[in-house]
Design a protein. Structure first.
Length: 727
């Protein structure tokens, strides 16, 4: 390569080609954590006498790279495990790990070019996932919040930062203090500060069952626009890095390139993407499918980067194209591990940039950069929410949830630093302020209700009105069933209850579903079943049962705790996917847990047996035996006058026996009663308080206890006589 340059000179015909080759090779070597100088020593043929030295250099480089990788993994595992233990988002753990191992703290790892280039792929996959979530129907349904409130929030934040920077510059000129943050830098900084943390806020709202609440929909709409706003900012910030008269040409060039690439990819892209993924899916190879997704994502990222744009923009376009196909959900599942791991590496590299020494020296600046942006965003979002018609309580919650910095802010700050838009002296304070604001976010959301109650005198009145509307619907019903969640399972249960003329009251957090179902005459209201106010308004103390129909163990445990604390006599049935949380739910007070996996397998078995010619009566008998072995409440049945006596005398049945207050069985344990010797099994024991106990051997009987017994007719009669005997 050098020989070509010497012969041709800098102006020779081979210089552009050799320069490109050198730049490409340097970048590739940087991605492999090797400098060009080290590569020249390690890779070029050496004289025979120098081969041992070359081998040592190669071995040293490999050892260094492996050590750095192991160090990153070790600290990442420890950081994420600690975050899980204290129940804070893993993103914060990655940032703290980066600070600790970075060159400005313990100096255990160097912020190498190879690591930074690898971390860029975390941003690529983050933008890819955002592209997958981008769809026109969703935008159309939330267009007022997304393009009204979301657009206003981002634009006004940037305008406020630019205005504040100009005012600070004017003040500094008066008092002769340096201020080197120009309007270009202020735009880049404003774009970064406008972002909020999608990962932290959405995760906490999902845990608190607030995604479909009024403030949850406002928050999701603003977050969606912030994610979309990153795309033009990724194009704008590099253009802002050009000086003087080059700015207009740079912006024009970037705009034209973005328009051309977007047009070419979006016009014919969806059809090509659908056809290609269909061909790949027909091969029925998960490995081949994942490889093609990686190829498409990184290939489009490479195209946009070489068009003078960014890797992240190409990944976003790849996600958009795949979102229009039926393979969207499969891709989301397959790409998640790559996305999480590489994004974690990106946040580690961000933390490594944080220098704690200038932060400690400029703690007043950091404190002001934490406080002022958070207060400003809180006030701005709250005011915009009120402007767009939200009640005061909803507006305040929306402002609290969106006041912090976000992960895309780190992406934009990193890009702005690369373009020298952010002064080096300001980088560490800005990063520290963003990290601290994200650290405070879980606590702000956790105590948001208390904060809103103190700030808004009308919020508690609005909540009271909502509870009153639920109580009005439930005041005239008694011995009803409270259905928690009105999805498919809840609606099917409601139809069965209607056929049996059994009253019910359903609680759901989807306002559209509640509105449509209520208009159709269903007994459903908007309310959170995991809150005591909603359960009490729905008539918990008068209910005959509670059924939890949705898949959320954390929420189900909250409901069980509330029921046990306020209405322990009311039985609760919980729906789950499998047996993973069976014991936790039972220990929390669930009367019965119904796993879908078991019910699905029983139905599959019954259809298979019927198709191979097994008599239907035998099929029903086999399935009933399996259910009896699994569900304590279904071990047999309660006998009635309309039963087929000739057939049912040979099958187990259920019978409930209430002990007399002065009965001979009172004060004795189940082992002392020896009911099993009679051929009878105790299914459950119910106290007068309504609490259902497991039939353990040392359980002592009390007066008025109700025992549910399982057995054949004759042994049940003997057992009943023994239990009903008096002293």
């Amino acid at each position: 390569m050098d020989l070509c340059n010497e012969k041709s000179g800098k102006n020779g015909p081979f210089f552009p080609l050799t320069q490109q080759i050198r730049l490409k090779s340097d970048r590739l070597l940087g991605a492999c954590c090797l400098s060009p100088q080290r590569f020249a020593t390690a890779a070029l043929p050496d004289p025979p006498s120098r081969f041992p030295l070359a081998a040592q250099v190669n071995a040293s480089a490999m050892a260094t790279t492996l050590e750095v990788a192991l160090l990153y993994l070790l600290f990442a595992v420890a950081g994420v495990a600690l975050c899980r233990w204290v129940k804070i988002p893993p993103i914060l753990g990655y940032l703290v790990v980066g600070v600790l191992i970075g060159p400005n703290a313990l100096a255990l790892a160097k912020d190498s070019e190879g690591v930074r280039y690898l971390a860029e792929f975390g941003v690529v996959f983050l933008m890819f996932v955002i592209g997958l979530e981008f769809n026109l129907p969703k935008l159309k349904s939330m267009r007022t919040i997304v393009f009204g409130m979301g657009l206003s929030q981002v634009v006004l934040t940037i305008v406020a930062v630019v205005t504040g920077s100009a005012f600070a510059g004017w003040i500094s000129s008066r008092i002769e203090l340096p201020w080197d943050l120009g309007w270009r830098s202020a735009i880049a900084l404003g774009g970064a500060l406008a972002m909020s943390s999608t990962a932290i806020v959405v995760k906490m709202m999902a845990e608190r069952l607030e995604v479909d609440s009024p403030h949850g929909r406002q928050v999701m709409g603003v977050l969606l626009f912030q994610d979309l706003a990153v795309v033009p900012l990724l194009v704008l910030i590099p253009a802002l890095g050009h000086s003087g008269g080059d700015l207009t040409s740079a912006l024009t060039s970037a705009g034209l390139k973005a328009t051309l690439v977007l047009t070419l990819l979006l016009v014919g892209g969806p059809r090509v993407m659908h056809s290609w993924l269909t061909v790949v899916a027909r091969r029925k190879s998960d490995e081949l499918f994942v490889l093609n997704i990686l190829l498409v994502t990184l290939g489009l990222a490479w195209i946009t980067e070489h068009a003078g744009l960014s890797l992240a923009l190409g990944a976003f376009l790849a996600g958009m194209l795949i979102a229009e196909t039926e393979f969207k959900h499969r891709v989301e599942t397959d790409i998640q591990p790559f996305h999480d791991v590489l994004l974690g590496l990106f946040f580690i590299t961000v933390g490594m940039k944080l220098d704690w020494r200038p932060v400690a020296e400029q703690w007043l600046l950091v404190l002001s950069m934490v406080t002022l942006p958070v207060l400003f965003k809180f006030g701005l979002v709250t005011g915009l929410a009120r402007l767009f018609g939200a009640p005061s309580g909803v507006a305040l919650r929306t402002g609290l949830y969106l006041a912090q910095a976000g992960e895309f802010g780190f992406v934009l700050i990193t890009l702005a630093a690369q373009e020298r838009l952010i002064p080096p002296a300001l980088q560490s304070p800005v990063l520290a302020a963003m990290v601290l604001s994200m650290l405070f976010t879980p606590f702000i959301i956790q105590y948001s209700n208390r904060i809103v109650m103190k700030l808004s005198s009308t919020d508690w009145m609005l909540q009271s009105v909502a509870m009153t509307s639920i109580a009005k619907r439930a005041i005239n019903i008694d011995a009803h069933i409270i259905i928690c969640g009105y999805g498919r399972s809840g609606q099917n249960l409601a139809r069965l209850l209607d056929t049996e003329s059994i009253a019910y009251m359903a609680l759901d957090l989807d306002p559209d579903r509640v509105r449509q179902a209520a208009a159709a005459g269903h007994s459903v209201v908007f309310g959170d079943a995991a809150k005591l106010q909603s359960l009490m308004a729905a008539g918990l103390t008068r209910a005959s049962a509670v059924v939890i129909t949705y898949h959320d163990t954390a929420s189900a445990l909250k409901v069980l705790h509330l029921v046990q604390a306020n209405a322990p006599r009311v039985p609760v049935v919980v729906r789950t996917i499998d047996d993973a949380d069976l014991e936790r739910l039972r220990a929390a007070g669930a009367t019965e847990v119904v796993p879908e996996a078991i019910e699905g397998s029983l139905m599959l078995a019954s259809h298979a047996l019927a198709l191979v010619g097994v008599p239907m009566r035998r099929v029903l008998h086999v399935v009933q035996e399996q259910r009896s072995a699994r569900y304590g409440l279904l071990r047999g049945y309660f006998h009635g006058a309309d039963d087929d006596t000739a057939l049912e005398l040979q099958q187990a049945r259920l019978q409930s026996v209430t002990l007399p207050t002065a009965g001979a069985a009172v004060g004795r344990t189940l082992s002392e009663l020896k009911l099993q010797a009679l051929g009878v099994t105790v299914v459950s024991v119910r106290r007068t308080t309504g609490r259902v106990l497991k039939p353990v051997e040392d359980l002592q009987m009390e007066g008025s206890d109700t025992l549910v017994l399982s057995g054949l007719a004759e042994p049940l009669a003997l057992a009943e006589g023994k239990l009903m005997a008096t002293r």
